[in-house]
Design a protein around this ligand. Structure first.
Ligand SMILES: Cc1ncc(COP(=O)(O)O)c(C=O)c1O
Length: 388
């Protein structure tokens, strides 16, 4: 018998709770999926064609490790225009294989064994594993329905120890749809300053906000020098399969992150980078059109969920609603499983995103209005049957 070759660190992380549901759904027919968190739109035609053209014109080689300079220059302009924050395209921007890669290489480059990284929950499923794979210790801080899922600085402060290296947060939030108010972010910024923390800010949903403004964490006073800004093209431009994201960070930090990227990845896919160039050049009207459509669906699903007794705070960002399911007396998993088998509607149990998500489910509304309306009918029937 060979000995156990597996890393204890990797083994300690369970497989994603979301995947199990998707595997079950894949075997079923006629399921309405409010499960997967990705746009239902196809990448807008000019962006798609730019990727295809790059291949047809033979641009099939590696790009520089940091990514196409043209893309980085456009990105620097984009960030300056939107948020007033300036990054040097040569030394402070790095194009990655989605925010997924950006997150992992940023953690590997900055976390030492024993370092603690504070993670507000509920949150994107990769944050905890990312910190553990990098050798660090995740320390979770809950956020609550009663606070509209805002991250409260006093809770973060109570979690800080001499070992705390940083804070990893994602707003607009997956799975709650919460957008942090500027005031709450300023309080987090004050903590970061006081305790000398690095802030990893995953802003992949920055363009998907409804009736409120997104505040880029790096744009807050004094924060640019202690922020690793993670962003990408997957959500706003319906480009999940292209795999393009970026890291923006002060040069000294970006240099080490680039080193990890250089050895592990070389560069993000070349045609995808050309597509991203086009997204920044001409993608804004399409991005706005999709955003307006998500907003319409958001209003319908939030109203609908509340009407059937699944209480839901008003999410102002991303494309998720996060209703309470307490009225059914079921756990998040039982609710999701029964709803799937009895009514063929797929949602994700809230505790897949952290323990404090228990009692909630995530409903992604990046699907057609007809599907949303039908899902609400089925969920209404389900709640009627089991509701107390
Ligand atoms: C909060 C958050 N961060 C990062 C990602 C990963 O995005 P990408 O496609 O850029 O790797 C997702 C995808 O669902 C997400 O929800």
């Amino acid at each position: 018998m060979p000995r156990d070759f597996l890393s204890a660190r990797v083994r300690s992380v369970p497989p994603s709770g979301i995947r199990r549901f998707f595997d079950i759904i894949a075997t079923m027919k006629d399921v309405i999926s409010l499960g997967v968190g990705e746009p239902d739109f196809v990448t807008p035609a000019p962006i798609l064609q730019a990727g295809v053209r790059s291949l047809q014109e033979g641009r099939t080689a590696y790009t520089s490790n940091s990514g196409l300079l043209e893309l980085r220059q456009l990105l620097a302009e984009h960030l300056k225009r939107l948020y007033g924050v300036e990054y040097d395209p040569e030394s402070e921007l790095l194009i990655t294989v989605g925010v997924s890669e950006a997150l992992f290489i940023s953690l590997i480059a900055t976390v030492d064994p024993g370092d603690e990284v504070i993670i507000p929950e509920p949150c994107f499923v990769s944050y905890r594993p990312g910190v553990i794979f990098a050798g660090g210790t995740p320390v979770t801080v809950p956020t609550f329905f009663e606070d509209d899922f805002q991250l409260m600085a006093d809770r973060v402060e109570r979690a800080i120890t001499p070992r705390t290296k940083g804070l990893l947060m994602g707003y607009p939030n997956n799975p709650t749809g919460a957008v942090m108010s500027r005031e709450c972010l300023l309080e987090i910024a004050r903590l970061a300053e006081r305790y000398d923390l690095l802030v990893y800010s995953d802003e992949i949903y920055d363009r998907l906000v409804y009736g409120v403004e997104h505040t880029c964490f790096a744009s807050l006073p004094g924060m640019r020098e202690r922020t690793v800004l993670l962003g990408g093209f997957s959500k706003a431009y319906a480009m999940t399969g292209w795999r393009v994201g970026y890291v923006a960070a002060p040069a000294a930090i970006a240099r080490e992150i680039r080193k990890v990227h250089q050895y592990a990845i070389m560069c993000a896919p070349t045609p995808s980078q050309w597509a991203a160039v086009e997204a920044l050049r001409s993608g804004e009207p399409e991005a706005q059109r999709m955003r307006a459509e998500y907003d319409r669906r958001r209003q319908v699903i939030v109203r609908g969920l509340n009407a059937i007794g699944l209480t839901c705070f008003e999410p102002r960002g991303a494309f998720y609603a996060f209703p309470r399911i307490g009225c059914t007396g079921m756990s998040s998993e039982e609710f999701s499983e029964r709803l799937l088998f009895e009514e063929k509607v797929a949602v994700v149990p809230g505790n897949a995103f952290g323990d404090c998500g228990m009692g909630f489910v995530r409903c992604c509304y990046a699907t057609s209005m007809e599907q949303i309306e039908e899902a609400l009918v089925r969920m209404g029937r389900f709640v009627e049957k089991y509701g107390k």
